[in-house]
Design a protein around this ligand. Structure first.
Ligand SMILES: C[S@@+](CC[C@H](N)C(=O)[O-])C[C@H]1O[C@@H](n2cnc3c(N)ncnc32)[C@H](O)[C@@H]1O
Length: 320
């Protein structure tokens, strides 16, 4: 197994469980669409033989640099490449002879510790930095751009839906009021607006800006649209017997993954009381393990981020 010098950049969660769920074949083709600090990628690569290949992808440039550095230190016979890609461009960033041939694909969703810890990336309410929050800083609107233009009602919905923020209305009002006087451009400024907006009782628990920052980050990076796009592409990209492993940290993400896997396993749309299927929709594969896989108490003690991790696995094709 790989050495553990990744804890500062990003500590991979459910590492052994991921490798097991992928049912790695040493000569297989593997794609890690969220390479981050390269922890999972390195563990996959270390198991490959001369016939095995790993494609590590991330939309974040810092992540790709770190992944490359990490993969260069892995003792392996397998080959690898690191590519820039967001989920919605996955298919475009695969070669024709890779499509339909993937034996295992991993998506470890959300943000890396590096993204959260680097003040200049603008994800953190603990440190002051430009209000950016883009995983790919070469495209799209920053969080500052989003907050400058968004309709108040839409902002309430984002805070409620993506952040499960109970004080969404107050926070959205405070943001809209503030931006009429002064542009909101830094993380400290936003954290302060939220702190002032919530009732005193909400200031005693976890940081009152935590849920809003999460919600705004999800909106900036269009995280749910991205996951939906990824899931839609997978049936055409995986090999027969290929396994998809998805680790999510947000209940809405996990629900989407769970529903999609279950639909793939049982796509029949006929009424329950029909004696035989007439819709003709065939299963795409099966869930080798129906139950969600979660971190052990031991792992959670070492890495608190693992607490909310939920791993699900789906196997395409085969005898279904
Ligand atoms: C939790 S980290 C992955 C950590 C990694 N498994 C490791 O062992 O270090 C999630 C990574 O996914 C990337 N990411 C999130 N959404 C993405 C998307 N839609 N397309 C491509 N990369 C994405 C982030 O930039 C981040 O680096």
């Amino acid at each position: 197994m790989v050495s553990a010098d990744y804890s500062k950049w990003h500590h991979p969660v459910l590492l052994a469980e991921t490798i097991e769920a992928l049912a790695l074949k040493p000569d297989g083709l593997y794609v890690d669409v969220t390479s981050g600090g390269g922890g999972h990628s390195a563990a996959i690569l270390s198991q490959l033989n001369a016939g095995g290949r790993l494609i590590a992808m991330d939309r974040d440039e810092d992540a790709r640099e770190e992944t490359l550095r990490r993969l260069e230190s892995v003792n392996t016979l397998g080959s690898y490449s690191v590519r820039a890609s967001k989920f919605s461009s996955l298919s475009q960033n695969l070669l024709d002879d890779e499509k339909g041939q993937i034996d295992g694909l991993l998506a470890d969703l959300g943000t890396s510790s590096h993204q959260l810890d680097e003040a200049k990336r603008g994800f953190s309410y603990h440190q002051d930095g430009p209000l950016d929050m883009r995983m790919d800083q070469s495209e799209g609107e920053s969080a500052a751009d989003l907050l400058a233009a968004i309709d108040e009602h839409d902002l309430v919905n984002i805070l409620r839906q993506y952040g499960e923020e109970t004080h969404a209305t107050r926070i959205a009002r405070a943001i809209v009021t503030e931006r009429e006087h002064k542009a909101i451009e830094t993380t400290a400024q936003l954290a302060e607006i939220i702190l002032r907006a919530v009732p005193a009782s909400a200031r005693r628990k976890k940081h009152p800006a935590r849920r809003s920052f999460q919600a705004i980050r999800i909106a900036v990076n269009r995280e749910f649209e991205e996951i939906e796009s990824l899931l839609n592409q997978l049936p055409d990209l995986m090999s027969s017997g290929g396994r998809v492993v998805i680790i999510s940290f947000h209940s809405l993400e996990d629900r989407l993954v769970k529903r999609t896997f279950s639909k793939w396993e049982d796509p029949c749309e006929c009424p329950r009381d029909f004696p035989v299927c007439v819709c003709g929709k065939k299963p795409l594969g099966k869930r080798p393990q129906r139950k969600v896989i979660e971190a052990s108490e031991e792992e959670i003690k070492e890495n608190s981020r693992a607490r909310s991790a939920k791993l699900r696995v789906f196997e395409f094709g085969g005898s279904v």
